[in-house]
Design a protein around this ligand. Structure first.
Ligand SMILES: Nc1nc2c(ncn2[C@@H]2O[C@H](COP(=O)(O)OP(=O)(O)O)[C@@H](O)[C@H]2O)c(=O)[nH]1
Ligand SMILES: [Mg+2]
Length: 340
């Protein structure tokens, strides 16, 4: 069995030497919910800080089955062939709970999984989005310290995970499908306002005409959206992760987007805003986790919830009672205090 706790020096050296095993161990450390591991991982992140921030950060979102993993495999292979290195991370709290995506993604990305110039990391197991997002953000930084040129974060386009990914990448790519009707496939307006690129996937074989129509519709929709960056106008492309059609063009668009916002100064602005939001979402998540882990809170919770549910107590009064407990010294924990 591998040593439970690798030394910081060994991890740092391993990252410097581009040892994929060290990267895997470092990510395992930032994913750990143990308090002592968290201290260690914070120290590691501090040490590697100066070597982070250089990769292109790409988020890929879209509904289940739209072909995200297949396209990431094709895009990653293309990027590797250009002489670059790539890491693939995922945010998927829903499937993390049943552990579903781990095998699936490795199977969908055989080339990237096998190639030493790529690193595919399965979704962190379990937990709430706040915790999963923090872990993925830290894993992204470690991949940068390791020296990859491109980090791709995949997420299922449901719920808040899309926002979480949008909050950690430079370029946000949404995958859509043709033939799903002209109501824009239920793509939420909020998401359309955040995308930098839309790719209509599975533009191959019989699917091509429908994909072309969808791309035209999406272009029309994008044109009326408020622009996120003055230096970039979002557009729609046709791709096929299966045949590789449109993949070089997609990569060129990703590069063009990132270069444009870097030149205009908007990338620096974006990253500052993202770091600021990350700080507060992490604070919120940790405060809530700590609050819930307290024995006195756990003991009062059921009673307060029942009273609120029954209409016997205003929610605001119940909230106040819980927060008042939080101000007292922490009683011996009912369970191990873990921050996910
Ligand atoms: N025709 C076609 N099928 C594809 C393409 N990409 C993926 N698929 C199929 O769509 C299904 C879902 O693909 P997957 O990459 O796992 O989607 P994800 O859930 O978005 O990650 C699989 O059966 C793939 O074989 C494509 O470009 N063209
Ligand atoms: Mg997938």
């Amino acid at each position: 069995m591998a040593p439970r706790r690798p030394s910081l020096e060994a991890l740092e050296r391993g990252l410097n030497e581009r040892d994929r095993g060290a990267l895997a161990r470092a990510i395992t450390l930032v994913e750990s919910v143990r308090c002592d591991d968290q201290r260690l991982s914070e120290e590691l992140l501090m040490r590697v800080g100066p070597r982070t921030g250089r990769a292109r950060r790409l988020g890929v979102s879209g509904p289940p089955g739209v072909g995200k993993s297949t396209l990431i495999e094709a895009l990653g292979a293309h990027v590797i062939d250009l002489g670059l290195t790539v890491a693939v991370l995922a945010i998927d709290p829903s499937s993390a709970m049943i552990g579903g995506s781990i095998l699936g993604d490795k199977m969908r990305m055989p080339r990237l999984t096998a190639d030493p110039r790529a690193y595919v990391r399965p979704t962190p197991a379990g937990g709430e989005l706040g915790g999963v997002a923090r872990k993925t953000r830290d894993a992204l930084l470690l991949c940068e310290a390791f020296g990859v040129d491109l980090v791709i974060v995949e997420t299922v386009g449901v719920g808040q995970s899309e926002t979480a990914v949008g909050d950690m990448v430079d370029t946000f790519l949404l995958l859509a499908l043709g033939g799903a009707g002209d109501e824009l496939q239920g793509i939420k307006r909020g998401i359309m306002e955040r995308v930098d690129l839309v790719a209509v996937n599975k533009a191959d074989g019989d699917g091509l005409p429908a994909a072309r129509r969808a791309a035209r519709d999406l272009m029309g929709a994008l044109r009326v959206m408020r622009r996120r960056f003055s230096a970039w106008e979002p557009g729609a492309l046709l791709v096929s992760g299966q045949t590789g059609h449109g993949v070089p063009e997609l990569w060129s668009a990703v590069v063009a987007h990132r270069d444009a916002i870097e030149t205009s100064g908007e990338l620096a602005q974006l990253r500052r805003a993202q770091a600021h939001r990350a700080l507060w979402s992490d604070v919120e998540h940790r405060v809530l986790t700590e609050l819930r882990a307290r024995r006195d809170v756990a003991e009062r919770l059921h009673e307060l919830e029942s009273k609120v549910d029954a209409g016997e107590l205003p929610a605001s009064v119940a909230a106040r009672s819980l927060l008042d407990l939080f101000r007292l010294p922490n009683p011996p924990p009912a369970q191990r205090t873990e921050v996910s």
